[in-house]
Design a protein around this ligand. Sequence first.
Ligand code: TXA
Ligand code: MG
Length: 333
Amino acid sequence: MTTRISPPDKKALAFAKEEIARGGVVAFHTETVYGLGANAFDDRAVAKIFALKGRPADNPLIVHVHKNYDFSALVDFIPPYAKALARAYLPGPLTMVYPSAGKVSPSVSCGLNTLAVRVPSSPTAQAFLRAVGLPIAAPSANKSKHVSPVTAGHVYDDFQGEIPLILDGGACSGGIESTVLDCTGEVPQILRAGLVTREMIAAVAGDCTVYRMQAGEQPKSPGMAHKHYAPKCRAVCFTAEEAQAARVCYAEELHAGGTPYYVCERALLPEFEGNALDLGGDPAEMAARLYALLREGEQKATLLIAIEPKERGGVMDGVLNRFCRAFGRDHET
Ligand code: TXA
Ligand code: MG
């Protein structure tokens, strides 16, 4: 199969519609990361996504709809705070989890009685979703455990020859996956931090908690228990206070004949001599750059030496969550 990369012009959208209707899989741009989409009503199409990604069968998918799609039949109940959040932040990088009405394929939610729904703001995603007119189940368009894709080229690198079409909307401006928010309780609860922050949600909903998995517990958002976002080269992580240890690590890798690269925020770059990848100057820029930089780093480096950014709160919760998991460090958000 040849994999075509195309902007969402008439011809590409007509092809995407046909492909989805016959149970195929199409990749598409969103404002967060690229998605790998299939008809959420079609068991076999949804199964293809899991097979293509090598995704564990216990990690549920988000259903994507266009902004005028009435998804109320897909869910059992939409609490008033979720309606207020939708008015404030949708379309946008916020996924809301509702009690499911059991209408889509059961494999979308991996047997859970909830359904995650997202209305992306990307014009490419909107055009695709409008053209197909169906709820589209879509995880990030990367092989399971690999870094999420933020360009059409990244999707191509992972799925070349395996999918027929990538709808190209350019580089993703958001850069980290949507905030996943559990809306089944009295108070909304963040299951995965993202660009719609706890502070933004609390400002509209009055309150917002953050889910923390207890030891031995079944995770509420199964994806968060899996290894994720890992670059293909070796990677280590230090805090800014451990700068000297990071320098020693760099020197050792050089000495062993390897090609080390530091990964750090812009303000810290002058402290490290040698190869370095600039993570960015502020939280939004770090979010937008992180995955592209991990993909660039795994091509160039034998060892990535990450220095944890110092800032906390807001968008940094989401950035640090991905950063620490990519570099194999435990992180509490
Ligand atoms: O920004 C995004 O959300 C991107 C783009 C493509 O929309 N999608 C994405 O999908 O990141 P994925 O499959 O890589 O991550 C989905 C996350 C996982 O952590 C999964 O466990 C969680 O959402 N999730 C999905 N359905 C859920 C449900 N019913 N209850 C709890 N968590 C759910
Ligand atoms: Mg993913």
